[in-house]
Design a protein around this ligand. Structure first.
Ligand SMILES: *Cc1c(COP(=O)(O)O)cnc(C)c1O
Length: 369
């Protein structure tokens, strides 16, 4: 069996975990939490890092910290994970989606301006599958219309845009440390920002909005989204290995690109843009319209041959949970819809060997031809 992802924990994880156990520091008050937060914030050139329990929690906290609320509109890609829209909807605000590019799979930033109204408060950008969104036009629009920028960098840990770290753009950025992310703590996440007040709000929101002067008296509602010393110990060790992780992810991605280059049934991810080299956080492929097979058929065949895959995101505007609320009734995003139907990703975890990559390719080509 070749699973879609296997994390590798081969650095100081065990050593730091032993320190947690020997010192009996397991809670969010332990010393690794602060060490990991500042090391991670440094890595993405931000002044503050606020760890939380997941990438989804990070989005909740970031949206709330920006003061986004009832009736506000947030522009975001339709092709992304539910967490992005869920955070906005839970805040009482309205997600307004734009379609993506058929080659980069990232939000088509040229469609943003037409969606701006008097109620627009923020643009949420999401770097998809390891290739950054073209940030310069987004930042320019946000300045012109006085909008906040929230950057979801969960899939771009260690990635750069014109040499500048993803996660350093806009007002606030979020990360996830789920098991398939470039830095994993099992579950976990982080909000980063340069703004002292925003950082304070995030720290308060993740910790039930406890007040310093009288504990258990609350003026605002927060969450318990705290991150533990045990998670931070693993995270710090993972962060130490980030450069190696990225190099290996690129190696796996480029091997797939090379081995699949002649396959006429599929579209491959873009390897290089003027502003970034793809990190191939996952290795996605899209069945061409001329390919007779459905994605579900191909992934089922791969599964029978012992190869794990995942389907692409299902567009936000087609999500039953939102449709049932009467949202997105007349929204059409043809590119996102096609990707949702025709795309899936292949195994690309750090645990994958070069032989595994070859085996996946041979099996896939057998099914497709
Ligand atoms: C993984 C991911 C999340 C959610 O992170 P969790 O830690 O699984 O909650 C949010 N946004 C993007 C773009 C992701 O890839």
């Amino acid at each position: 069996m070749i699973p879609v992802n296997t994390p590798v924990l081969s650095g100081n994880e065990k050593k730091y975990l032993a320190e947690c156990i020997d010192s009996s520091w397991v809670s969010s008050e332990g010393p690794f939490v602060g060490r990991f937060e500042s090391a991670f914030a440094d890595r993405v050139n931000r002044r503050h890092g606020v760890s939380v329990s997941s990438g989804t929690a990070a989005l909740d906290v970031a949206v709330a910290a920006l003061g986004i609320g009832q009736g506000d509109e947030v522009i975001m890609p339709s092709f992304t994970i539910i967490s992005c829209a869920a955070a906005v909807v839970r805040a009482g605000a309205i997600p307004v989606v734009v379609d993506c590019h058929s080659d980069t799979w990232n939000m088509d930033v040229s469609q943003i301006e037409a969606r701006i109204t008097s109620r627009t408060r923020a643009i949420m950008v999401v770097h998809i599958y390891g290739l950054p969104v073209d940030m310069d036009p987004v930042i320019a629009l946000a300045e012109r219309y006085d909008l906040s920028v929230l950057e979801d960098s969960a899939e771009a840990i260690g990635q750069t845009y014109h040499g500048r770290p993803c996660g350093s753009f806009g007002d606030i950025s979020t990360f996830s440390f789920y098991a398939n992310k470039h830095v994993t703590t099992g579950e976990g996440g982080m909000v980063v920002t340069d703004d002292d007040k925003l950082a304070d709000r995030c720290r308060s929101l993740r910790n039930l909005c406890f007040q310093p002067d009288r504990r258990f008296v609350h003026e605002e509602l927060g969450w318990n989204y705290r991150f533990t010393n045990v998670q931070a110990a693993i995270g710090l060790a993972q962060l130490e290995q980030l450069d190696r992780t990225i190099a290996r992810k690129r190696e796996i991605g480029l091997a797939y690109v090379r081995l699949l280059a002649d396959c006429t049934a599929i579209e491959l991810p873009v390897s290089t843009m003027s502003y970034s080299e793809n990190l191939f956080w996952v290795f996605g492929i899209v069945l061409k319209d001329t390919c007779e097979f459905e994605a579900q058929y191909v992934t089922e065949q791969l599964r029978k041959m012992g190869i794990g895959t995942r389907p692409f995101f299902w567009p936000i505007h087609l999500q039953p949970v939102f449709r049932a609320r009467g949202m997105f009734c007349d929204v059409v995003c043809p590119v996102a819809e096609r990707l949702g139907k025709r795309g899936f990703y292949l195994p690309s975890g750090l645990g994958l060997s070069d032989d595994d990559v070859k085996c996946v390719v041979v099996t896939l080509l057998e099914i497709l031809t």
